[in-house]
Design a protein around this ligand. Sequence first.
Ligand SMILES: Nc1ncnc2c1ncn2[C@@H]1O[C@H](COP(=O)(O)OP(=O)(O)O)[C@@H](O)[C@H]1O
Ligand SMILES: C=C(OP(=O)(O)O)C(=O)O
Ligand SMILES: [K+]
Ligand SMILES: [Mg+2]
Length: 585
Amino acid sequence: MAVVGDLALMGTKISPNKLISKLEKRVFGVPVSSSQRFSFSHARNLEVIKKSRIAVKAVMQVGLEKIQSSSELKSLKEEYLGFDVVTERELKENGFLGLRKTKLVCTIGPACCSLDELEKLALAGMNVARLNMCHNSREWHQDVIRKIKMLNQEKGYSVSVMIDTEGNQIQVVDHGSSSSVKAEEDSIWYFTTEKFEGSRPFTIQANYEGFSEGVNPGDEIVIDGGMATFEVTERVGNDLRCKCVDPGLLLPRAKLSFWRDDKLLGRDCDLPTLSPKDWSDIVFGISEDIDFIAVSFVKDADAIKHLKAYLATKSSKAIKVLAKIESVESLRRLEEIVEASDGIMIARGDLGVEIPLEQIPSVQDDITYVCRQLNKPVIVASQLLESMVEFPTPTRAEVADVSEAVRQYADALMLSGESAIGSYGMKALSVLRTTSTRMEQSCREENRQTLLHQRKLGVSLPDQIAEQICNCAVEMADNLGVDAIFVYTRHGKMASLLSRNRPNPPIFAFTNDNSTRMALNLQWGVTPLLTDLSDDMEANVKKTVELIKAKGMIKADDAILVVSDIIPISTAQTIFQSIQVMTIA
Ligand SMILES: Nc1ncnc2c1ncn2[C@@H]1O[C@H](COP(=O)(O)OP(=O)(O)O)[C@@H](O)[C@H]1O
Ligand SMILES: C=C(OP(=O)(O)O)C(=O)O
Ligand SMILES: [K+]
Ligand SMILES: [Mg+2]
């Protein structure tokens, strides 16, 4: 119990449990989570403790006796401004305009799961860590999540955690070997649902009994969107005998699609979007205090609505639900899915199995457009820098693909195998960072955001006002060339409406809700900051400006545009929604 040891040195005598319960009551005002308890009691030295969260900071600065005076506690809490170490450093080095707008998601796998590697990714700009529940054990995932939480709490990072469900993927086959197998032209292969150990020559195991339903001789099986193609020559019960008509490679867990007369065969299966394993992973995720759930193979809005309703009853914090667009069905129902979810992932890996590859760029364009219209963050995922799984530099085409996603104003870019199993994960992350920063600069110079035409979203009058204020605020901010936009937001709505307009200056979103802060990590151009907010808007502005000024981040003559809509808790008070421009004295 190192913290307690240090406190003892400072002359305070208190047991760890008493200390934590005092912190709970007096500092956080909410129960301390088990991982916070863990980091308090395992913080090794004073420096670490000083960098960690407000509670410990408070204890170290004034000692426990003084904390008992509530006015001091109050002022300490008010002085706290939740900058994460990476943003603070970036700001000091590059100034307001140098802050990267495009957010970065990294898939965590065996190549980057040590505390050290995770910290390196965090330092290099990872905003969200993604855990793909298709792979590895529950214990492994728990260990990674706890390490990330520990880095956030002890070392001042702010990395959100996303789990990605396995889903009911009916179209996966395996040839039993851990490496790839070549399929030669005219070779005869057998696709079976029979379960057996190891591999049999020319035999491929399908993961789902009904995989061949509705498939006839003459139909084609396309592997991984074109790695190899087979023609079905005969049905044998549920199994299929096939001839290779386009030779190529079969990878482990290859994905397949069925085609007839150059059209994809619809695979109407009645399996639910969320399998029993997915539900158990979700329960696990809630207990580990994760921030996002990405739902694989979404078919319509129902599964998303169902999950959101479930989360509302099971979790006190607002876990955000992202729908992965990776099937033809999800494309058909794009708008209703976007509307129902808290964000979208364009999962180009599986999408490329279901639609011809040449359609992916325009589909990506359509999805990012719909997401911005409906004000939902969007992640562009899969194969952004695929060659970097093996090689230390990307191809020119990959850099062009990343740049195009940034030019489309996607909120976030995602690494998959590049970070999870690749030898050059850190380098891949740095390519994303430098490429997006460069393209963001060109977009500012071209002033591309003026081309955006926003659909009206608000229904109630306060919502309409909020939306109009944010649209106008961004226009003003760009025309005036202000240095930063400040927004005060409890649930992140105003911050996202500002982000939707893709302003030139960075958006600092002050919130008193940690789940809002972690959710905003996915939103383009937003730097979320956790701080205490009161109903007194003037006081909030004054306090945050003073604090940022004290950190040397703003200086005299800097101009700041301030947007607020703190709806007072008491309904008797007037709703206060405003734009102000202030020049720092
Ligand atoms: N938690 C993990 N444990 C082991 N390997 C993983 C893990 N996450 C991802 N990988 C590896 O990284 C590759 C790329 O990740 P991803 O794109 O998320 O999965 P997939 O290829 O299954 O769609 C996977 O094929 C898998 O080999
Ligand atoms: C991101 C994707 O999903 P997964 O990696 O889970 O297949 C994808 O298909 O592109
Ligand atoms: K998945
Ligand atoms: Mg997928």
